[in-house]
Design a protein around this ligand. Structure first.
Ligand code: SAH
Length: 232
């Protein structure tokens, strides 16, 4: 994944994680793979442990004030973000950073990810995604390192890796050229029910028929549009 051809226009996602290998199998399939091959996006996982400052590569410690579990330390995360931003300097022109970058921390207290947030984030050239683990992340990351915190929903996952994949895919759908048909973006305004062949599915045992609504078979596009709006 690190050897993608550089494309000035490619949107770049840098992921800071203690599990960098989680990403390859999902990113090597389907739309995201095609988008990476086409130079539309590039996705670079970074192992947080590479930024630890001791020989045991320790990136977590126990919480001040007591309590169970471990907390990711601020220093390795700060260093990783600085490293990623420094890498971007080789792409600077005339001392001016031509890339719009946003640093995001995944957190249960963050703003809820939805289509609007994804569309807004798709306007950036680079997103730096910080994946929490264990009991969470030293609060100084939210305060000083990240530009914003994002949650993908009110349920607790074991880390920010799945949220990172969810965010990447939802953002990519807003990049011109990512989807074959721009119409698919209409999902953003709600989704209408879809059917495909056969027009009648006959249940093997009972002989009951599950039918496609007649209007969709009618060829009357005005009526079909109305149907879709009504059910969207
Ligand atoms: N005890 C912590 C939970 C930490 S879960 C708390 O109550 O805040 C560990 C990490 O997983 C979090 O730091 C966050 O980065 C990520 N995470 C878990 N669920 C998430 C969600 N729904 N959205 C975004 N990130 C999530």
């Amino acid at each position: 994944m690190r050897h993608e051809t550089r494309n000035k226009k490619a949107m770049r996602f840098d992921i800071i994680t203690i599990f960098p290998d989680i990403f390859s199998s999902y990113l090597d399939e389907s739309f995201l793979k095609r988008a990476r091959k086409a130079g539309l996006i590039s996705i670079v996982p970074h192992n947080l442990r590479d930024f630890a400052n001791d020989k045991h590569r320790k990136v977590d410690d126990s919480p001040y004030g007591g309590g169970p579990g471990m907390v990711l330390k601020v220093e390795p995360i700060y260093k990783a973000v600085e490293f990623i931003k420094r890498q971007a300097t080789s792409d600077r022109r005339q001392g001016r950073n031509i890339f719009k970058t946003r640093t995001i921390l995944f957190s249960l207290r963050g703003k809820k990810l939805d289509g609007k947030v994804a569309a807004r984030l798709s306007k950036y050239d680079r997103l730096i995604l910080i994946c929490g683990r264990y009991e969470g992340v030293d609060e100084r990351v939210a305060k000083y390192v990240a530009d914003e915190e994002i949650s993908i929903g009110d349920y607790v996952l074991s880390g920010g890796e799945l949220p990172a994949l969810v965010l990447i895919e939802s953002v990519c759908r807003f990049l011109p050229g990512f989807l074959g048909k721009r119409e698919s973006l209409e999902e953003f305004n709600g989704s209408h029910p879809a059917y495909t062949k056969p027009a009648q599915f006959v249940l093997p045992k009972s002989g009951k028929k599950w039918k496609v609504p007649g209007v969709l078979l009618s060829g009357n596009h005005k009526k079909i549009d109305e149907y879709r709006k009504r059910h969207g």
